[in-house]
Ligand binder design. Structure first.
Ligand code: PLP
Length: 396
């Protein structure tokens, strides 16, 4: 075998989301695209805001091509880092400056950089179930261990008692994703204050910082006027990660940023390490044109109604059909409880109706399915008879 032994595990656990997505593509070839209801992938279909296109055209027409397509400091263009810092300061009352900001290749790029910077072999990173399934690979790439805090049965709040017990000397960081993929839950300020209190006490106990990595690509997708609390305002050792993939519908462009304030313990050192790491991992820098684009799009207001309509339709209809769904508050995912004990059989029944959904075992949540409703509204409308037939099949 020519591959590294460690690839075996990684390939065996290859993302179930991708597998289901590929199955959907195969089914679309066989039955026609409009006969397949694919809810597998968080690939946003809301229109890319016109400001993005305008920024691209204006940059291509008016800027020096060698500047917008060339290398720059590994942390990113200084002017864009300043724009990001000022944007965060005006929104959240922080005191960031350009040296607190690293532009990175999406949240995934930022998370990999952080894991490389923080982890020695056997160091631990905590996350709460259910969690974004890729965290496992991001941590294991750097020989760390992902310690998953189990959820209390059918309760999507943070299990802080268990988390407190699981924090030990080797715990370097906690990753928190809010709004949450896959649950669609938004953790409230009240709950986050309890988390940060617990973490501050844990830091004292272990005698070193426990970084709270705030993974927030869905920050702007919060419905019914809900607020997503800004964690760096609640906890000193927060590292904030944002991505434009979901809110601007540009996941292929690989653009996001990391913010580490002056207050963070060893923050300056961590930022220097992160800048070097981006280069040595081979990202080198975030895509240059899109750094400039997002510099011009930081204040773009997204059309929240686009996904909100989908959310309401899917939740209301599925609930009426008898499915048990977790009321979605943010992001664009709906969790449905498996009506059958045997989840494999449920996937098969759904497939029979050409419905593609993702079992959430790999997200640390057995017995549920995730539906990504970042699809056209018409697709959801068209899928309802298939869901009705599925509900019927489950009863028989
Ligand atoms: N974090 C979460 C919770 C996600 O759901 C995703 C993508 O689905 C990512 C990070 C990575 O996003 P990207 O690298 O495109 O910014």
């Amino acid at each position: 075998m020519s591959l590294a032994r460690t690839m075996e595990g990684l390939m065996a656990g290859n993302s179930v989301i991708r597998k289901m997505f590929e199955m959907g593509q195969e089914m679309a070839k066989n039955y026609g695209k409009d006969q397949v209801y694919d809810f597998s992938l968080g690939n946003p279909v809301a229109p890319v805001p016109y400001e993005v296109k305008n920024a691209i055209i204006s940059l291509l027409e008016n800027q020096d091509p060698h500047e917008i397509h060339g290398y720059m400091k590994n942390a990113g263009f200084d002017d864009v880092r300043t724009q990001v810092a000022e944007h965060l300061n005006s929104r959240f009352g922080q005191n960031y400056h350009k040296d607190n900001i690293l532009l990175c290749a999406g949240a995934a790029g930022g998370l990999n950089i952080l894991m490389r910077c923080l982890l020695d072999e056997e160091d631990e990173v905590l996350c709460f179930a259910p969690y974004f399934t890729e965290y496992k690979s991001y941590v294991s790439h750097y020989k760390g261990k992902l310690a998953v805090v189990p959820m209390r049965a059918d309760d999507f709040s943070l299990n802080l008692d268990a988390a407190e017990r699981m924090i030990r000397q080797r715990t370097k960081a906690v990753i928190l994703n809010n709004p949450n993929n896959p649950s669609g839950i938004i953790y409230s300020e009240e709950e986050l204050l309890l988390l940060t209190k617990m973490l501050k006490e844990a830091e004292e106990r272990v005698g070193h910082p426990i970084y709270l990595i705030c993974d927030e690509p869905y920050r702007e997708l919060a419905y019914d006027g809900r607020e997503v609390p800004y964690l760096p305002n609640l906890y000193r050792n927060s590292i904030y990660l944002y991505s434009f993939s979901k809110t601007l519908s540009i996941p292929g462009e690989r653009i996001g940023y990391m913010a580490i304030s002056d207050a963070v313990e060893d923050g300056e050192l961590l930022m220097q390490a992160a800048i070097i790491t981006g280069r040595t991992l081979g990202f080198v820098n975030a895509p240059s044109l899109f750094q400039k684009v997002i510099g011009q799009c930081l204040d773009v207001k997204i059309d929240l109604g686009f996904y909100d309509r989908n959310r309401k339709l899917l939740y209301t209809e599925l609930t009426e059909m008898g499915f048990t769904c977790v009321p979605p508050q943010g992001a664009f995912y709906l969790l449905v409880k498996s009506p059958l004990e045997d989840t494999e059989s449920f996937v098969k029944l759904a497939e029979k109706q050409h419905i593609i959904l993702v079992p959430t075992d790999g997200f640390g949540l057995p017995g549920y399915f995730r539906l990504a409703y970042c699809v056209p509204y018409e697709k959801i409308e068209a899928s309802l008879p298939a869901f009705r037939a599925l509900a019927e099949d489950c009863r028989n």
